[in-house]
Design a protein around this ligand. Structure first.
Ligand code: CTP
Ligand SMILES: C[C@](O)(CO)[C@H](O)COP(=O)(O)O
Length: 237
């Protein structure tokens, strides 16, 4: 059961955790895709600066890999400091990276909520941040999600047959995914390494209800090289 009472969001009550410790294999670059430039700034900087602009966000933790530490503490140090980003060591799985951010705020009583946002999603808009923050204050768990627009097929008989799937209740999960600290912690305490592709799944497994907030489909994740060209076009619009 979810907590029915509404919490008022105070200035600085949200810690943003940005997982940035991935390998970017699908992007195919020889270094972390998050260092690729978009509108003259690295991808990760766009993602972090959009969260930093919200008054509810009091701390920003970015989980980075050991191999990228020299870049974040060297050439990018000025940008990291400009946003007051705290760097933590990420892990092999995305969930390990998020957990590192969660552990870093463990003793901070001023933080009531955690907003997890892929450093690879540079285009989240302020209206969507406001909407998902307002919802989590009501429910304790809320994520941005975009309605599926494609016609979906389920493959049967090794592709020799198929069925159309009703898309009317289907959404693509986006980030930020925002949770009351105790709600997310419970999800992570029960995680025990079972595969999960987002944080909401860990919370769903505890029985807590995760609300979906309609977000803009422009909030793409830079996954493949062509995504960067699409992001450039969206940014220029
Ligand atoms: N062990 C990991 C894996 C991913 N991430 C981060 O989680 C976000 C979403 O991950 P995604 O981009 O899908 O993963 P990558 O590992 O970067 O890419 P790929 O799966 O193509 O290797 C990214 O900001 C990525 O840096 C992370 O912090 N730690
Ligand atoms: C967390 C996420 O961004 C939600 O859409 C996504 O699941 C991350 O990685 P994926 O490997 O592209 O699913």
């Amino acid at each position: 059961m979810n907590d029915p009472h509404q919490t008022k969001l105070t200035t600085g009550c949200i810690a943003a955790v940005l997982p940035a410790a991935g390998s970017g294999q699908r992007f195919g670059s020889d270094r972390n895709k998050l260092f690729a430039m978009l509108g003259g700034k690295p991808i990760w900087f766009h993602a972090a600066s959009r969260l930093a602009a919200r008054p509810e966000v009091g701390r920003i933790m970015m989980a980075i890999s050991e191999g990228d530490e020299a870049d974040f503490r060297g050439p990018f140090a000025e940008l990291v400091n400009e946003l007051g980003i705290e760097l933590v060591r990420g892990g092999d799985q995305r969930s390990d990276s998020v957990r590192a951010g969660l552990d870093a705020i463990a003793n901070d009583k001023s933080i009531e909520f955690i907003a997890i946002h892929d450093a690879a999603r540079p285009l989240v808009c302020d209206a969507d941040l406001a909407a998902v923050f307002a919802k989590v204050a009501e429910t304790g768990a809320a994520i941005l999600a975009a309605p599926v627009t494609a016609t979906l097929k389920r493959q049967l008989d090794d592709g020799n047959a198929s069925l159309t799937v009703d898309r009317s209740e289907l959404y693509t999960a986006l980030t930020p995914q925002v949770f009351r600290v105790d709600v997310l912690r419970c999800g992570y305490d029960r995680h025990r390494g079972r595969p999960a592709t987002d944080d909401a799944q860990l919370v769903e497994r505890t029985g807590y209800r995760v609300a979906l907030v309609h977000g803009s489909a422009d909030n793409i994740k830079i996954t493949h090289p062509e995504d960067l060209r699409i992001a450039e076009a969206i940014l220029a619009r």
